[in-house]
Design a protein around this ligand. Structure first.
Ligand SMILES: *Cc1c(COP(=O)(O)O)cnc(C)c1O
Length: 361
């Protein structure tokens, strides 16, 4: 059954940007947003598209006091034939519901999530930038609303999706980043909320990344929160290493998020015949592999950058230098993945979902 989503169009469309390559990330928002409400009696209801604007929520809302929030991040790409493609959105929808379960928020039917995303992107298709490396970033978000300060599950919920055209992540070419391996603060712990895409994890990470930034590092690499020993994530990216020709990445032990870029990179690597290992990686292994000449590449993976090569890793007094250029494994995977996402290479795995043109146009 088709899900009907009424549209209220803006009466004052925004001026479009002039230089879409220098949009940056998350600075500009489109004309409309999707919104739906939830309460125990009606479940999810009133799905609609309205002009972009402020939400009305109760000041006692659990999202404001107890971080009752989860979100997703995904991109729509303009293909060479002008169709708009979404990259594996059903994976984002499934992950949204895994996050919802962990945070005691109501799941949203995957069909409703996909219908909402498609209807909104269809309406905003002129906002999908055209230049190479650009995209329309989508931010589906679920928050707890209500008027009660006791710590419990929320009385009401709001699901909304906003869209932000984003520029090239690498306007000056891919440049490896400098990473500080954090040995004092932790972001999440096994058994905590690391497997959920939830705002509180980011709140917990800000101090360490601000301090690392002051010391000239681009991001923090987190160690596990129990032993302060095993490699977890870099900022909002999963991490991968090439050790003795094997692509090694931390196993999903609960402390890290299951990235959709991560799963796609692993599938592509296997397709290339590159051996892949998902396992615990003690931080000292990186240093011994580096000293033995076996550690040849390190990179982060995530929707924003796709692949972000790591040029330097600092841990306490020691450092690993991996050069100033993207390595061959990262390059091969980056080209394959961005080629599929942008519609320039054939999508043999069925990862892309073309946004249909609906009657709302
Ligand atoms: C979103 C996110 C990632 C990357 O996930 P993708 O689906 O690849 O974008 C990795 N780590 C954290 C903590 C995240 O929030």
């Amino acid at each position: 059954m088709a899900i009907s989503i009424p549209v209220t169009r803006t009466t004052s469309p925004k001026a479009k940007y002039s230089d879409e390559r220098s949009l940056g990330f998350g600075n500009v928002f489109t004309d409309h947003m999707f919104i739906a409400n939830h309460d125990p009696e009606r479940g999810w209801h009133d799905a609609r598209i309205v002009p972009y604007g402020p939400l009305a929520i109760d000041p006692a809302s659990p999202v404001l006091h107890y971080a009752a929030e989860i979100f997703e991040g995904m991109k729509a790409y303009r293909h060479p034939n002008d169709e708009i493609g979404l990259f594996r959105p059903e994976q984002n929808a499934a992950r949204m519901n895994r996050s919802a379960e962990r945070m005691c928020l109501p799941p949203i039917d995957v069909e409703l999530q996909l219908a909402a995303i498609e209807a909104l992107v269809d309406l905003e298709r002129d906002w999908v930038p055209r230049s190479e490396g650009t995209s329309l970033y989508l931010r589906p978000t679920l928050i707890g609303d209500g008027s009660r300060l006791g710590v419990s599950t929320a009385q009401r919920h709001i699901y909304f999706i906003i869209c932000s055209p984003s520029g090239m992540y690498y306007p000056n070419g891919i440049k490896p980043v400098r990473i500080h391996i954090e040995d004092q603060y932790v972001r999440t712990v096994r058994g905590g909320t690391g497997m959920a895409k939830t705002g509180g994890n980011y709140a917990a990470s800000l101090l360490a990344s601000t301090l690392a930034g002051k010391h000239g590092y681009d991001q923090v690499l987190w160690l596990d929160g129990r032993e302060n020993r095993y490699i977890e994530e870099v900022g909002a990216m999963n991490t991968m290493f090439v050790i003795d020709g094997v692509l090694v990445t931390p196993a999903l032990t609960g402390g890290i998020l299951e990235g959709i870029t991560r799963m796609s990179v692993l599938e592509l690597a296997k397709g290339f015949g590159i051996p892949v290992e998902e396992r615990l990686i003690p931080v000292e292994e990186l240093f011994s592999a580096y000293e033995a000449g076996a550690l040849t590449e390190a990179f982060g993976t995530g929707t924003a950058a796709i692949i972000s090569p790591i040029g330097e890793l600092n841990y306490k007094e020691k450092s690993i230098e991996l050069g100033t250029e993207i390595g061959p494994v990262a390059r091969r995977i980056y080209d394959a993945l961005t080629g599929i996402q942008s519609g320039k290479l054939p999508d043999t795995r069925g990862w892309t979902r073309i946004v249909p043109r609906l009657a709302t146009q």
